[in-house]
Ligand binder design. Structure first.
Ligand SMILES: [Zn+2]
Length: 370
């Protein structure tokens, strides 16, 4: 341990040491096979599996495909019962879960699910649910906010002449996260103020790429930061992937009528793409929920809703407030295993029951709202 170790790192060392001890002393196995664990369902949450280097850009939302494969391997090696979400939730409330049950979910439904996650899930024979937001499925272009942020990050360390792009007069200072955030903010504000169409946003992203000396057509061709298209969703649905609700425009208005419209538009689009399968499971966009939403969801026939509160779902949880573990690149294999066994629930930092996702996550996810 270094002399100037930051308390956060020190805590991490201590926690890693504690986990190693718990594992070597057999506590992991005890927990894994306990009655407590057998009555609980661990719902895992993923966002994206990198097509390029998205996992270096936002490690909390994107994961390297090799790491994702390691996670799947851990599930197989540990003999976990990976269940389809609908079945898992039914059995949870019937108090009839198999031992060591897990469900795998993906948020948003980006193309990388199609290209990176699905083939690996298929290899392992694991079922998965995609909470699909649908507005941008019909646009054959990257999500403006995300691709702009990604391109600025790719040119981190540089100061670039902007040449009047988006009304920005000075050079773009991409040397710091703050400088990149400011540039991104200027771009997003410009789009908002000028009320740019989707087509114009795409043109602006292309101009930004050229200012940054990046090959935009290559990024578009690779389908980086695009949603799955309707034909891809249809294909995966036919292959057995479960598509569920995440709102059409990735937002949850506080107005009942607007909220219901989000659910209905989302459901309608999904049913068109999935041969009429009626989605009835929901995930709160960006993990943001309010108790007002619960009766609205019930009215719409939604039978379960997942949050981003870390935990294992139990019989005592409201089906419309099910905890879910967001798996991130920075989580060590040991920590991941601790969550599978159930030990992670006790060793992770206590959290407030109601916690908003980080500003960055919320801002990133805002990309899915037109
Ligand atoms: Zn989302």
């Amino acid at each position: 341990m270094g002399q100037h170790l930051h308390p956060t790192y020190m805590l991490r060392y201590i926690r890693a040491g504690a986990l190693r001890l718990l594992k070597s002393s057999g506590i992991f196995d005890l927990a894994k096979n306990s009655r407590w664990r057998s009555q609980r369902l661990l719902i895992l949450c993923y966002h994206g599996i990198a097509l390029e280097e998205e996992h270096k850009w936002i490690p909390a939302l994107y994961m390297h495909p090799d790491l994702f494969e390691q996670r799947l391997q851990a599930l197989r090696t540990g003999n976990y019962a990976v269940l389809p979400l609908g079945e898992a939730i039914q059995r949870l409330y019937r108090n009839d879960l198999p031992p060591k049950s897990v469900a795998i979910t993906f948020d948003d439904g980006a193309y990388d699910f199609y290209a990176q996650a699905y083939p690996r899930l298929k290899d392992f024979g694991f079922p998965a649910t995609v909470y699909q937001t649908t507005f941008y499925c019909d646009y054959r272009q990257p999500l403006f906010h995300l691709i702009s942020s990604y391109m600025l990050w790719k040119r981190r360390g540089l100061v670039v002449k902007a040449a009047g792009i988006a009304g920005i007069s000075g050079p773009l200072d991409l040397r710091t996260a703050a400088g990149r955030a400011k540039t991104l903010n200027d771009l997003v504000e410009f789009v908002k103020n000028q009320k740019l169409s989707e087509e114009q946003k795409n043109e602006l992203a292309a101009s930004l790429a050229s200012v940054l000396d990046l090959d935009y057509s290559d990024l578009v061709r690779k389908r980086i930061l695009q949603l799955m298209r309707p034909d891809e969703i249809s294909h995966l649905a036919a292959e057995g992937i479960d598509f569920q609700l995440h709102t059409h425009r990735h937002r949850t208005p506080m107005d009942e009528g607007l909220f219901l419209r989000e659910i209905r538009d989302n459901r309608k689009r999904l049913m068109e793409m999935t041969a009429g399968a009626v989605p009835s499971h929901f995930c709160y966009p960006s993990g943001v929920y309010h108790l007002e939403f619960l009766p609205w969801l019930q009215k719409e026939g939604v039978v379960s809703a997942t949050t981003c509160e870390p935990g294992l779902a139990s019989l005592g949880d409201s089906p419309l407030l099910l905890p879910r573990l967001i798996d991130v690149s920075g989580r060590s294999p040991l920590e991941f295993e601790s969550w599978l066994t159930g030990v992670g629930f006790f060793t992770s930092r206590p959290r407030r029951r109601y916690k908003l996702p980080s500003r960055r996550t919320r801002r990133t996810e805002a990309a899915y709202s037109p």
